[in-house]
Design a protein around this ligand. Sequence first.
Ligand code: GLC
Length: 752
Amino acid sequence: MNKKLTLSCLLLFVLSFTFLLQSKSIKNHVVKTTCLQKSLAERIDSVLTIMTLEEKVGQLNQYSSNWTTGPVSPEANKLQDIKDGKVGSMLNVKGAEKTRAIQKIALQSRMKIPLLFGLDVIHGYKTTFPIPLAEACSWDLAAMELTARIAATEAAAAGVHWTFAPMVDIARDPRWGRVMEGAGEDTYLGCAIAKARVKGFQGGQLGKTDAVMACAKHFAAYGAAIGGRDYNSVDMSERTLFEVYLPPFKAAVDAGAATFMNSFNDVNGVPATGNPHLQRDILKGKWGFNGFVVSDWGSIVEMQTHGFAKSLKESAFIAINAGNDMDMESRAYTKNLATLVTEGKVSITVVDEAVKRILLKKFELGLFDDPYKFCNEKRETQAFQNPQHRIIAKEMAQKSIVLLKNQNSILPLNKQQKVALIGPLAKSKIDMLGFWNVEWDDNSDVVSQYEGLELKIGKNNLLYAKGCEVNDSSEIGFAEAITIAKQADVVLLSMGETRDISGEARSRANIHFPGVQEKLIKAIVATGKPVVMLINAGRPLVFNWAADHVSAILYTWWLGSEAGNAIADVLYGDYNPSAKLTMSFPQSEGQIPVYYNHFNTGRPQLNSHEQYASGYKDASSLPKFPFGFGLSYTSFEYSDLKLSSNTMKADGKIDVSFTLKNSGKIKGEEVVQLYLKDEVASLVRPIKELKGFEKVMLQAGESKEIKFTIDKEKLSFFNNKLEWLAESGKFQLMIGASSDDLKLKSSFELID
Ligand code: GLC
């Protein structure tokens, strides 16, 4: 019986497949045979086999809708191209209705291959969360995964299959406006956050209607742009590339990231988009990445501007051979790839490999089975109206606020105090959303700082004046601000950047408060009233005078939809701030790059009057606020450090434990940090490196034993042969409340 069944199935399969081939127009391109469930590879091959060269090239072509996030390229007849099967993906299309409409056009093409819809869902879709750099300061991986999960749920309901996130670029230079999109300066933390965000966006598996494809970007080393100038060159040793900048991308691959986006910059003279070493040797080769790589906006055509290609055609030739699978908005592929193949300059195998990678994701998403599964107006409305999303947005915002100063414990405030809220960002809604928010016509649901305070304390004890604009020379508003300051018990000064001062193409050589804000701060401090600063920005700013003269500082970044409520909760102690910086804050632009895990040099600057030391004669080389720093309304004590051994073999481990106590009067969370230093090695090693952390909630008076495990992985580095290994010798172990507040120290030895 079985034999007959199999034979008849086989016959059915052959007959149906033959029919399909002859019929040309594909009703349901992939035959789900009743008996044999074809593997994904077979399904992909069955589609590829019947595609024309032009249709294959079409899959590698991505257009933006007219809502653009890059230089607007010459208009194409995009909808006709879609109908002609010349487009594989669209970006910047929002909403179930619109994505459905455009998908319908794609299904009029001969092959009826569904489009992928991509969008920059960087920190929320309809519900906006704090910018990624703010979220990173929460050090709460579960919370970051959750906000990505919610963003994916909302986006996927609205027809988005693919977010161009997480951005995992390590960044040590706050002049670069895109630091706001990442996780900061540390590789170890950056890897953990990359993994959390990929898992959050993609959920348990691709194809579920609450998950979207992640896109690790920008591959690679975009954050090391010389001078902090966006799109600028990157020049570094292969070793630094492997040790500092690539690991978060590898973490994204290991977390199953479906796609990568390469970067605008050249790396050691080769534009990333046309860089086979990055894309083929490392990503697709060494790391075994099976997803696909999309260029950044126009980065293929820009290889001509780089002086790396003579023509658009040569740019296409270089990019496809280098492993760039999809062309975002440069039209290099759609205009040249078919010709390059017919001229024998590009192998059809190379094109097929790129097409297969893209088709694989379309199959995994389930789009061949149901091209409209993601654009569901009902689910879209439900997702947008889910009250839980706002609750989580507020919680994430609370966790992202960094308490940088709290002189005489002026915070938390009490509701009997009369408060003067002053500053150009105090009533702003749009600026709470930050750069790379998904833009909507109506932002009335964003809670401004003024609204948050009004909800918290009512109008009677709340005075307000704008004082000045964010970036303007007028001081006309000062008088009113000074007047209400004098009437108040405490002044809240909401200063910083508008949402478009940090972000892409927003590099700044001067990272002080723009305009006359610093003058206003001085005028308000001069009233003698205690001043609490709320600093809204997408990057570390330089604000030394304010830092030295105001009573308290909350770094409130851009906190998203629930900004005002979260800030009010922290101001009045309904949430005890727990965030810690993931980027060093410089004292001056002149010392940039400043980061904690630097090498010691032969003449370290131990204090400012060292004559022959690695420092400045006219400024400090220390950060104003260091990596890992953040205060709490309570206090914590560290004690009783124990190591299971002071020696360790390469295949062994050392158990580390210590006691953390909440020695204050209220419950609070502490981010404890484990740092290691390899004392002597075949290459100089950083003065310390983060190799573990834990965020711990403790009730007042509560103690808890905290444990870490040291293994070879934590001791390893890339040697000058790019071998990842640990060298025997002595290591210093430090437990810190920040990178420069080391509470407990010990040492151990790795022995052969
Ligand atoms: C931009 C950005 C990239 C973004 C893409 C699409 O130029 O560099 O991060 O995902 O274009 O908007």
